[in-house]
Every structure is written in structure tokens, then in C-alpha cells.
Design a protein around this ligand. Structure first.
Ligand code: MOS
Length: 723
């Protein structure tokens, strides 16, 4: 894409922080230089269930440079959960070393603090632990009798599912599974923490600062005002940095105990055991339809696992409540407690996996009906979110599908699997529909204007974060737009919990929320300056003139944007369609993703270049779900056996070819005043189904368990023959 020198929103300008990043000057959590710094190393349990019977730290403590070894014996008392199995929320406390109990393999049981990282790591290996070990519960299947309904999720139903299935001419009843997956952002989780006079200041890569300060304060039972988090740059999160993880608490406790700043950097292997992951999901789908394709029934039942002491469920069924016009519908979720680390949000939690099941099942239904899968989706389109009983603020799903048909060349698709060939290659086309909630949340910002020699510069401050998504750039563009100054004159200051409160980066709400907050601060600045001059609100005047007339060289204003009544009356989602072409080698089961086309409808696109990056990243992560990603659990000991990036595979450039991304021109003014909707998670949603559906179209093999490896593909039965 060509670089356009431009100001306001809608232009594909380069990232404003791009130079800092590529020249290595953008500082990440573990790169701040802090005086008197010492290093902490977490020590992991080697059992998955039981309790510590003895822990001998004497040898470790004798080592050169070692300042402290913290275990349950000398740890201070921290906050306790208010009930036995609380939901794992964004402000949930993360106490460490409060008992001898071990709930999962790799749980932190000690923390060594030393003058150097090497000293801490060496000493950590000298700690001797004995356990009273029990046989851990690590198999979902064997523990299904313990399944329970998550506290914060009611079973959902509308209409009469049984009657709907009876009424159907054609039905699909299938189960789909998706494995444990890990986010693995490039930047390791890290924190540098200083505890001084009851106040905590830390550099820590947290996605949502307001919620993280609450979790830390509640863990230490101190006022929230006493916790400051600074994180100007974050090298990816994908949900793993939403919640406060225990290394942050260990480092904070260590700093409090020894009175010096403490750095902790989670190792890449500890990124598996100690920083959350996406849980295994088993999704049972039941669909019924009339011969004309209209859905009569749709049920989506998900069974996953959670930890023994916390509950987190992935809301896979969300998509089945709202995507199609079906009168009879049931959605439930069940959790099985296992001796595993608590899973949590990973990019598009619920939709990424839920759409794999729903959109695969829709393809199965289309095949049984001998109907084009696009026509089936169009037939069941709805402008009302039947799950929420509200109209959509905008829904251009049909447009996404139709435009995709043209861009992709869908008319070349053959309905009968195995009939499009090139030598040994079987060629298949697949499609899927995507939807992802596009929330907008209360957001505050402060703008500081400076006038010097006829030029206005603006600093904007908010506790927002940039997890690699482009926050700096789109906020700079917004301020440039609403103040009418060049983007180069805007300085974005984010990543500090002492700045005005935002909802942070998560759940695809960042762009809409941040930009509207910044907009409101700019509008307030202009309104206040006009008021001082008794000017009418609608009078056109440049910001430079306003400051000059007021004889001000500097001026500050704050603003808070929040959802309107109209927003609350609507269901606000982004929509999209994914098209994939795969080539499958018929003898080896090796396959290549040859082309992908993604058409998205996500409101006003603030910056096509950063938006494009978001979608490409999402498509790649969606492809990863199909071709490689899975975290394997050792069947007896409950530890993850994929423990490095050599074992846990993700797509590389060679795996991803010819991606075309199209954004529909749209402004959703019900979503928010700027018409912006999130796209951070839309891009991963339903990608897996479009690839699996293409594989079916190529081979006649219906692959319902991710990832789809060549060996699974070779072993699978051809199902298209049964028709
Ligand atoms: Mo997202 S999984 O809310 O970072």
C-alpha cells in the first residue's frame, strides 16, 4: 500500500509509532531501566494435584546473589476468593503462595529473587520439594459426570427445539471439537515492579489498565489509587494479557518483601503453563431445515473444561443465538473441572471456535439439501437479533457474501466434492459467515493544546493500550480530524493507568471506544474555547484562531464518550464472509491454502492499512486453528507436552498465500457517533470453517476435529458418497 501523507480518519497512513518500533526504541515492559533492579524467577510444581509436604530452600538461599526465596511458608496473606469456584473475570484477584495445595501442573510454588537473572534461575533449581500426590483429573471424557453449568451463563432457549427438529425435512446432528490453544504473543509476559511506601508502580504488559489495577490492589488488599501500571507498548496480547497473571503478583510481593524493584519475565515455556490459553471445546450441533433451506431448529451445546478453583467458559454458543433466523433454538454451556490451569479469553473467545461448529454444520446442511451454501445463509438471514430480541444496528452479511462471490470467483465451484482436479491435487472452495460483537464502552480522554508561532500541537492522554493493533495511529488520526490539525502535530500518550479511564484493549471494543473518547475531548475543547468568546456552537473557526482569540498558549479539556440510548436498543455486531480455496494432495493428505478472500462490514474503517493488518492477522490465526495449532496434554501427569514453539506450530508466510481483504463502505451511526465498529476479532471468526468446508468440497471428507492434520485427513472416510 502506498504511503499517503494525510491527516484525518479514513486514510491509510503509516503507524505513527512505526519508526520507534523498527529501530528498537519503543520500550516494552521488561526494557525499562530501573535503578537497583533485581530479578525474580518463578518455580513451577511438578505435580498436577496434591499438596506440598516439604519445601527446602536452604541450598538456594545460600547461593551468591540470592536475596529471597518466597514460598507458602513466608508469603504474606493476600485477598481470598469470595466463593469456592468464582468466575475468572477481568478483575479477579491472583493470590500466590497462600497454601500447600497444587491445582495444576506448573503452578508457581516458589519465587527466587537474586541480583541477576542467572543467579535466580540457578538457585531456583536447588529448591527441594516433596509432595503428597494424588491422581489428577485431566481427561474431560472421564470426568463428564462432574459437568456443571457456569454461574454467569443461563441456559438459553426460544421456541420448541423438539418440534423444530420434527418439522424439518433435513437434519444435521454432529459434534465438533477444537483443542487447547495458546496465544503466544511475541512479547513475553513481564513486569518490573517497585513497591515503595505502600505504593506500587509497575511496568507490566496488561491490556486493560483499569481492571488490572483493581485486580492487583484487591490481591494485596490496598487502595486501587496506590497501584500504577505503565505500558506504552505491548507486543501482542490476543487475550492472554487481559487478566493479571500470577507472575505480576509474585514480583510485587517480592518487591514489597525486599524493598527493591523486581523484574520478572515469564519464560517461553512458562507462557504455556502460567499465562492462560483457549480451552478444549466439544460442540454438539443439531440443525433442522425445510427443503427450501429455511431453518426450523438449531441447538448448540458446548462442553469444555475449567480449573478446579476458578471457572471460565468459552461462549461458543453466542453465534448460534443470533446469526440466523431460526424460530427454535437452544444454547447451553457446561464445564468440567480438571487439574489444569484456568483457561481464559483468546482472540474472539466463543466466536472463533463457535463459528467453526456452526458454519461447518451449515455447510453440512447445504450439502444434504443440495443447496449452494451461500444461498442457504442468505435464506436464513435476519435483521433482528432473535437471541437478544433487538434489531441489529446494521447487518450487511448478505452484501459481504455477494461481494465475496464476485471477488473470489465462486461460480467456478463445483457442488460435487472431488470433481475439481489438477493432477494429484483435489481442489475445493469453501465459504463461511462471520459475526463478532462490536461493543462500545464509556471512555475518557484529555487533550492538551499548545499554541506556538501560529501552530497548534495537541497531546491526547488516555489509559488506553496499543497491543500492536494501531491504537496510537487511529487516535492520532481522530484528534487530527476533530481539531483540524495535521496528524504530525498530535502526540498520543497512552499506557498509563493514571491517565483518563478507558475500557482498555479487548473484546474488539478498543477502536470505537478510544476514538470516540478522544473525539469527545476535542469537541469539548473547541466548545469551551468558543464559549469563552461567546461564539455560537456551529460557527466555523480554526483551532489556531480560537486559541489566539482567547489569548491562550495552552488549553486543556477532558471528554467522556459513552453509548447512546439508541445503541442500547440495538444489537451491535460486525459481520464478514470468508472464502477459501484449498488444494489437497489425494495420496498424502497434504494440503495448501491457495487463496483467501475476506469481506468485512465493520462500520467506518479508521485506517485501511492498520485495519488490513488486523484482518490478515486474524485470517492467519484462523488458518492456524486448522493447519497446526494444538497444545497437547500428557495423559497421566497433566502437563503440557507442547512446550516450545518448535512443538507448538503456527502458520508462517509460506502457509498463507494470496489474501484479499475487502471492507464494505459503511458508517454505523447507531454503534457510535463516529460509525466505527471493532475488527480485532472479526478476522479470525469462521476462518476455520471456511477452510474445513473447502477441504470437504475438495475431498468429500468432513473434518470435525481441529487441527486438520494430513494423517487425520488421510484416515477420514469420504462422506459425500453416502448421499
Ligand atoms: Mo481479546 S480475547 O478480548 O484480547
Amino acid at each position: 500500500m502506498k504511503t499517503v501523507k494525510a491527516s484525518g480518519i479514513g486514510n491509510p497512513i503509516d503507524r505513527v509509532e512505526g519508526h520507534l518500533k523498527v529501530t528498537g526504541r519503543a520500550k516494552y515492559a521488561s526494557e525499562f531501566s530501573v535503578k537497583n533492579l533485581v530479578y525474580a524467577q518463578g518455580v513451577n510444581s511438578t505435580i498436577a494435584k496434591g499438596r506440598i509436604t516439604s519445601i527446602d530452600t536452604s541450598e538456594a538461599e545460600k547461593q551468591k546473589g540470592v536475596l529471597k526465596v518466597i514460598t507458602y511458608k513466608n508469603a504474606e496473606k493476600q485477598g481470598t476468593f469470595d466463593k469456592e469456584m468464582p468466575s475468572f473475570g477481568l478483575t479477579t484477584i491472583a493470590p500466590v503462595f497462600q497454601s500447600r495445595e497444587v491445582f495444576y501442573y506448573g503452578q508457581y510454588i516458589a519465587c527466587v529473587v537474586a541480583e541477576t537473572l542467572e543467579q535466580a534461575q540457578y538457585a531456583s533449581r536447588l529448591i527441594k520439594v516433596t509432595y503428597e500426590e494424588e491422581i489428577p483429573d485431566i481427561h474431560l471424557e472421564k470426568n463428564k459426570d462432574k459437568a456443571y453449568k457456569p454461574d454467569d451463563q443461563a441456559d438459553y432457549s426460544r421456541g420448541d427445539m423438539k418440534a423444530g427438529m420434527q418439522e424439518a425435512d433435513v437434519t444435521v446432528e454432529q459434534t465438533y471439537t477444537t483443542p487447547n490453544e495458546h496465544q503466544h504473543p511475541m512479547e513475553l509476559h513481564a513486569a518490573i515492579v517497585s513497591w515503595k511506601n505502600g505504593k506500587v508502580k509497575m511496568y507490566a504488559n496488561q491490556q486493560i489498565l483499569e481492571q488490572a489495577t483493581t485486580a492487583i490492589a484487591d490481591t494485596f488488599m490496598i487502595p486501587k489509587e496506590n497501584v500504577q501500571i505503565i505500558t506504552p507498548y505491548i507486543g501482542g496480547g490476543f487475550g492472554s494479557k487481559l487478566r493479571v497473571q500470577r507472575h505480576v503478583i509474585m514480583a510485587t510481593m517480592a518487591s514489597k518483601m525486599i524493598g527493591r524493584p523486581v523484574q520478572i519475565t515469564v519464560t517461553r515455556q512458562q507462557m504455556f503453563t502460567n499465562t492462560t490459553y483457549r480451552q478444549f471445546d466439544e460442540q454438539r450441533m443439531r440443525l433442522g431445515a425445510k427443503n427450501d433451506g429455511s431453518l426450523t431448529a438449531l441447538a448448540h451445546h458446548t462442553t469444555s473444561h475449567t480449573a478446579k478453583n476458578l471457572q471460565y467458559y468459552e461462549a461458543c454458543g453466542t453465534v448460534s443465538k443470533m446469526l440466523y433466523k431460526t424460530p427454535n433454538n437452544e444454547v447451553t454451556h457446561r464445564l468440567v473441572p480438571l487439574n489444569m490451569q484456568c483457561p481464559a479469553s483468546m482472540r474472539a473467545p466463543g466466536e472463533a471456535t463457535g463459528s467453526f461448529a456452526l458454519e461447518s454444520a451449515m455447510d453440512e446442511l447445504a450439502w444434504k439439501l443440495k443447496m449452494d451454501p451461500i444461498e442457504l445463509r442468505i435464506k436464513n438471514d435476519t435483521q433482528i437479533d432473535l437471541g437478544a430480541d433487538k434489531p441489529f444496528s446494521s447487518r450487511l452479511l448478505i452484501e459481504c457474501l455477494r461481494i465475496g462471490v464476485d471477488k473470489f470467483g465462486w461460480e467456478k465451484r463445483k457442488m460435487e466434492p472431488g470433481t475439481n482436479k489438477d493432477g494429484n491435487w483435489l481442489i475445493g472452495y469453501g465459504v463461511s459467515a462471520a459475526s463478532r460483537r462490536a461493543p462500545y464502552m464509556k471512555t475518557s480522554a484529555k487533550v492538551i493544546l499548545k499554541l506556538k508561532e501560529g501552530t497548534v500541537n495537541a497531546n491526547v492522554q488516555m489509559d488506553a493500550t496499543d497491543i500492536g493493533t494501531g491504537t496510537y495511529t487511529i487516535v492520532a488520526q481522530t484528534v487530527s480530524e476533530y481539531l483540524g490539525i495535521p496528524v504530525e502535530n498530535v502526540k498520543v500518550e497512552i499506557g498509563d493507568s493514571e491517565f483518563p479511564v478507558t475500557p482498555g484493549s479487548g473484546g474488539s471494543w478498543g477502536a470505537a471506544s478510544y476514538c470516540n473518547g478522544a473525539r469527545k475531548a476535542c469537541e469539548n475543547a473547541i466548545a469551551e474555547l468558543k464559549k469563552k468568546q461567546n461564539m455560537a456552537e456551529d460557527e466555523e473557526v480554526a483551532i489556531v484562531d480560537l486559541l489566539e482569540r482567547n489569548n491562550l498558549s495552552t488549553f486543556e479539556a477532558e471528554g467522556t464518550a459513552e453509548p447512546s440510548e439508541e445503541y442500547k436498543k440495538h444489537s451491535v455486531f460486525s459481520f464478514g464472509a470468508n472464502f477459501t480455496e484449498v488444494w489437497v494432495d489425494k495420496d498424502t493428505g497434504m494440503y495448501r491454502i491457495k487463496r483467501m478472500v475476506n469481506v468485512g462490514s465493520a462500520g467506518k474503517i479508521l485506517n485501511p492499512k492498520t485495519a488490513y493488518g488486523q484482518i490478515i492477522g486474524g485470517l492467519t490465526m484462523g488458518a492456524g486453528m486448522v493447519i497446526a495449532e494444538q497444545t497437547k496434554v500428557e495423559p497421566n501427569y497433566g502437563n503440557f507436552i507442547t512446550r516450545t514453539l518448535a512443538d507448538y506450530h503456527v502458520p508462517v508466510n509460506l502457509d498463507m498465500a494470496n489474501i484479499e481483504v475487502v471492507f464494505l463502505p459503511e458508517e454505523d451511526k447507531i454503534a457510535n457517533e463516529m460509525g466505527v465498529k471493532g475488527i480485532g476479532e472479526l478476522g479470525i471468526t469462521s476462518v476455520a470453517a471456511s477452510i474445513a468446508n473447502a477441504i470437504f468440497n475438495a475431498t468429500g471428507k468432513r473434518m470435525r476435529d481441529l487441527p486438520i492434520t494430513p494423517e487425520k485427513l488421510i484416515a477420514a472416510e469420504i462422506e459425500s458418497d453416502v448421499m
